[in-house]
Design a protein around this ligand. Sequence first.
Ligand SMILES: [Zn+2]
Ligand SMILES: [Zn+2]
Length: 374
Amino acid sequence: MIENLSESSNDSNATSSLETNWSVVINDATAEKLNDYICNSIPKSSAYQTNHELYCRFCLDLSRHKMKQQLRQCNQPQCPVKFNVLLCEKKDIGSIAQKLEHNHFLSDYYNNYNGLPEKVKTVIKNLINTNPKLIPRQIRTYLNNNSDKLGIDDLPFNFDQVVTFFYRYKDSLAPKKNKIEDVERYLGDHLYFATIEPNTPFFFGFSTDGRPQPAPIIGNGSANNPVRIYATTLKLLQLNCNSDNQDLTLFHIDGTYKITIENYPLLVFGRSSPNRTLYPIAFGIISKEEKEDFIHFYESIKLLCRHFNINLRICFLMQDAQSACATAAMQCFPNVVILMCWFHLKQCIKRNTVEYVYKKHGYKKYSGIRNDTG
Ligand SMILES: [Zn+2]
Ligand SMILES: [Zn+2]
């Protein structure tokens, strides 16, 4: 589930070749300078390997931290040039090295921007700052009606780019404070109560202080004090967990990452119908993914079902190859058959063979396999 690209192979790949035939073309530059270089100083190129994390070589302090690596290739057909872009985000310092020479005409200046033009970004930022309640559609109307005045009438961009930038910028403005008391208060205001409307989400799975107006107690995320927050609605449980015709029902569990600020995985538990629609049943945020965490998740759902007189029986469960999750399911649902998802199987083959092929046989075979495995 978690990207696990082997550090050493990755490292040797970049460093050994750096020593032989990579030459540094820009050094000690900020992320912005690196981006300018890629957009203005070299022919259009595209990243073919990205977000590889290596230990930082720019910082001389002893705190071992990761830097980002991106490998790019010149887009001109048959041109052998590659670029190795390194960036330490901690100190905003990076470099670009080039391998081999271009075999085509080179110009002094390029315009390789394919994102939203800076000028349009500035206009949108100003709009959001002065009118925080604007929605993307209103921004589009404003841009369209004032393109002459704003001097953006000949810039290429589309509405999707405006929407993406709009939300990214809004996100960056949101305060990143993440106080546990605020979370507990929020959960406390959204607990189950006897007259709750069936479509209203409520939270469960954590302990409370046991008072008549219970206050949730959330762990600090350490090994002995994990964070476990689950959510569902009465309607979702009643519709999807009842044992009528459940012999043929396929249940699913998977986790998704990089959604929460703390990088805790978001678990999704659901069932699918024969026409391949997935119906979510419960969501969970957990701070670690060991057997006991999955057991806790499943047992909390079972407990709820018992409480609401819903007869949950799971015969088939689809998941990725995570053994902690499978062991937990077998313990909580005796006789369950664990199935492995085709997508995850392909993903696993890809992850474990592609790196190897790339190193042994080069880029062409590598991209072939990458395409075959989707
Ligand atoms: Zn660094
Ligand atoms: Zn080239």
